[in-house]
Design a protein around this ligand. Structure first.
Ligand code: MG
Length: 456
């Protein structure tokens, strides 16, 4: 039997892999599972990002659900975290999001959600897969076909975020924020949220457009070059940029510098540990040890998982964590939404900024200092075997190891991670240390072991 789901949902080129027939069958498979689990009349919320293929796929998926006898709430275009929020808000039996996150415009995908908004559990994914491939669907009789209703989730989602931050403090400082929502789903939420919080806002690329005419929706430094200039030229306090489905938020300081995702994550961790007198933080093995250092300072504990936001979210739920995040600028507030949430992250950062009275760059400078170096190597052979071989060689040399995901060698003042990409023929090597020279040294240890592992 084939495999449908990747780390979180299924993704591919629209109208090639992700066709209306595909979405229809996905709806039928998901609906059949819910019915067989004993729910008489399951309720599922469905929404999408603004991709060109989104409406076509959403309607097909809804058709599939209705034909099984599932009722549907259609929330239209909304950020992925808002749709996750809608699962709890409408007390549904699950959800479905049509999105390809930060991928180029020709892509689309489907994410299925649990009643609490978390990505579907592995065991239930396997059930959907089986039903999908065997086309083993329980069609409803004509009089049991599901019903559909339209609902707005944007307003309840924004109100819920506003209730979670100190709006008085924000209004007092009135930060000047420039927003780039990449013509994605965040165009419908982030500029409005910031204005309602009491910020002065200038927004760019803030009309939803599935062609993504302004920039590639992935919010990395390369794609944000002109935005970084805009933030500086306007004299803003800082800038914030999102990806296509608005689960991520990436920040630019007042000087136009790109801030690495784990640093903004660290700002949130620091504030939340202080506010709560400690707590459990969940992150991945690829995230900066700034987080570990902050946990030591503020009575926190850290769990490190494999890379992937769904894995971090699951661990947060399982261990009752306070906050989670990844190095790419996704922060998870598990008591709000069990997934990365760009708008909630931004609101929290705005609050931290407003209360501090400092410049954005000063807040970043106050964090424990670490230097990171990253590189990658193209590998034609078995990249996973190579990474395992690196672990073997490192062990022979007496290094301390963490093999949660890839091979991570731990030093007293830093680390190097050698990790195979899940999707591309690439091995990534990340190193971090207290000074630049050491970081380079650890990187070269990783590279040297990788080279040796490829020889045999
Ligand atoms: Mg995304």
């Amino acid at each position: 039997m084939g495999k449908l789901f990747g780390t979180f949902g299924v993704r591919g080129i629209a109208n090639e892999k992700i066709t209306p027939e595909f979405a229809l069958k996905m709806g039928m498979a998901f609906g059949t599972m819910l019915k067989r689990e004993g729910r008489k009349r399951p309720l599922v919320v469905v929404g999408r990002d603004p991709r060109v293929s989104g409406e076509m796929l959403k309607e097909a998926l809804i058709s599939g659900l209705l034909s099984i006898g599932v009722d549907v709430i259609n929330v239209g275009i909304a950020p992925t975290p808002a749709i996750q929020f809608a699962c709890r808000y409408f007390r549904t039996d699950g959800g479905a999001v049509i999105t390809a996150s930060h991928n180029p415009p020709e892509y689309n995908g489907i994410k299925l959600l649990e009643p609490n908004g978390l990505g579907l559990k592995k065991e239930r994914e396997a059930v959907v897969e089986e039903l999908f491939f065997n086309e083993n669907f329980d069609r409803a009789k004509w009089h049991d076909i599901g019903e559909i209703r339209e609902e707005d989730i944007i307003r309840p989602y924004l109100d819920a975020i506003k209730s979670r931050v100190d709006m008085e403090a924000i209004k007092r400082r009135r930060p000047f924020v420039v927003v780039d929502t990449s013509n994605g789903a965040g165009s419908l939420t982030l500029p409005y949220l910031l204005r309602e919080l009491g910020c002065k806002v200038v927004s760019v690329n803030a009309q939803p457009d599935g062609h993504f005419p302004a920039r590639n929706p992935e919010p990395n430094e390369e794609n944000l070059r002109s935005f970084m200039k805009i933030v500086k030229a306007l004299g803003a306090d800082f800038g914030v940029a999102q990806d296509g489905d608005a689960d991520r938020a990436v920040f630019i300081d007042e000087n136009g510098n790109f801030i690495q995702g784990d640093k903004t994550f660290a700002l949130v961790v620091k504030a939340m540990l202080q506010e709560n007198g400690g707590g459990l933080v969940v992150t991945t093995v690829a995230t900066s040890h700034i987080i570990d250092e902050l946990a030591k300072q503020y009575n926190g504990k850290v769990i490190k998982t494999k890379v992937g936001d769904l894995i971090v979210s699951r661990a947060l739920l399982e261990h009752n964590g306070l906050v989670g995040g990844e190095e790419n600028g996704g922060v998870i507030f598990p008591d709000f939404v069990l997934g990365r949430d760009g708008a909630m992250t931004t609101a929290k950062i705005v609050e931290i900024f407003a209360k501090s009275g400092k410049k954005f760059s000063e807040l970043i400078d106050e964090l424990p200092r670490f230097y990171q170096v990253k590189t990658k190597r193209h590998i034609s052979g078995d990249r996973h075997a190579a990474v395992e071989k690196v672990a073997e060689l490192a062990e022979q040399r007496g290094f301390r190891l963490d093999t949660t995901d890839g091979t991570k060698i731990l030093f007293d003042d830093g680390w190097v991670l050698v990790r195979a990409s899940g999707t591309e023929p690439i091995i990534r090597i990340f190193a971090e240390a207290k000074d630049e020279e050491k970081a380079e040294e650890y990187l070269s240890i990783g590279l040297e072991l990788l080279k040796e592992s490829l020889k045999v």
